[in-house]
Design a binder for this molecule. Structure first.
Ligand SMILES: NC(=O)c1ccc[n+]([C@@H]2O[C@H](COP(=O)([O-])OP(=O)(O)OC[C@H]3O[C@@H](n4cnc5c(N)ncnc54)[C@H](OP(=O)(O)O)[C@@H]3O)[C@@H](O)[C@H]2O)c1
Length: 278
């Protein structure tokens, strides 16, 4: 059965050169030659996004970030953070054309090596309980799906030329809640993440002929503001590694997926959960 690729000529090129050096250090070599890679990272102000921005910045990448809050220079120690931060509510799809234009303006014709769709919300009741398919309001369904699913689609499509120019990489942040009912995550959140996992497969197929890889990471319980207060007590006994994860453990997998070390990886969803899915 054929893959029905849009333009098979695009993938008929020679195999990429085999590099014998450490793939994680390839960026350093580029940096010495004055080439800096650039990423757009949504939700860089806290949690997983913050750890990701720090790691990529330490590796010499330029971080273009966006979130609802203004840039906080005291907490976010990466270069040109203030100039490269866009304040935007990603759950309002009408704001996305302006965001895309602002990112293009900042890139000024330079390629975009990575798009990390990390910003997400997981609304709960005022008591911290899960919102079910019976109790989630229409407004909440729309807000969750616009942020967790629609924004990644529109950002990737809007920045397609820049990603293609870099043979770039897209990483969508899904969740363990996308594949099983979770004691704290609600129905809108879980189904938006399941849809984002499917979208990753669709995008991997559609973007591959243009040299852009698309993968997902599916965190389990990671210690950020998103965790419910009872998570550690209730869930850790059932996690094979017997602990929650840290944001930097997630950031390292995102880095791998955006690096030359993952040059033949596309359409994957990597679980980062201490074995919780087993
Ligand atoms: N922590 C976990 O255990 C866990 C598990 C599975 C999956 N995940 C996923 O990992 C990703 C990051 O989660 P996290 O735990 O690091 O979350 P977090 O600590 O709550 O941080 C969320 C980030 O997203 C930004 N954000 C939220 N709503 C936004 C909006 N409407 N527009 C623009 N930016 C927005 C926030 O900045 P502002 O508030 O300034 O907008 C913040 O930077 C999410 O997609 C989440 O679903 C987390």
């Amino acid at each position: 059965m054929g893959l029905d690729l849009p333009n098979d000529d695009l993938i008929a090129g020679p195999l990429p050169e085999t590099h014998l050096g450490c793939p994680f250090r390839a960026d350093e070599a580029r940096l010495h030659q004055g080439e800096q890679k650039a990423m757009l990272l949504t939700g860089a102000s806290r949690g997983i996004g913050h750890a990701t921005a720090k790691l990529f910045s330490e590796a010499g990448w330029r971080i273009i970030s966006c979130a609802r809050q203004p840039f906080d220079g005291a907490r976010c120690p990466w270069d040109s953070g203030r100039e490269d931060h866009v304040q935007v509510d990603l759950s309002d799809y009408q704001m996305l054309p302006r965001l895309i234009a602002q990112v293009k303006e900042r890139l000024a014709g330079a390629p975009l090596h990575a798009l990390v769709n990390n910003a997400g919300i997981s609304p709960k009741t005022s008591d911290g309980d899960r919102l079910t398919s019976l109790t989630t309001s229409t407004e909440t369904w729309m807000r969750v799906f616009h942020l967790n699913l629609v924004a990644p689609i529109l950002l990737a499509r809007g920045l397609f030329d820049e990603l293609r120019a870099a043979s770039g990489s897209i990483v969508n942040v899904t969740s363990i809640a996308g594949s099983r009912v979770h004691p704290f995550a609600g129905s809108a959140y879980a189904t938006s993440k399941a849809a984002l996992a499917s979208l990753t497969r669709e995008m991997a197929h559609d973007y591959a002929p243009y040299g852009v890889r698309v993968n997902a990471i599916a965190p389990g319980e990671i210690r950020t503001d998103m965790l419910s207060p009872d998570t550690e007590a209730r869930l850790v006994p059932n996690i094979p590694l017997r602990r929650v994860g840290t944001p930097d453990e997630v950031a390292k997998v995102i880095f791998f997926l955006c690096s030359d070390a993952a040059s033949y990886v596309t359409g994957a969803e990597v679980p980062i959960n201490g074995g919780q899915h087993l």
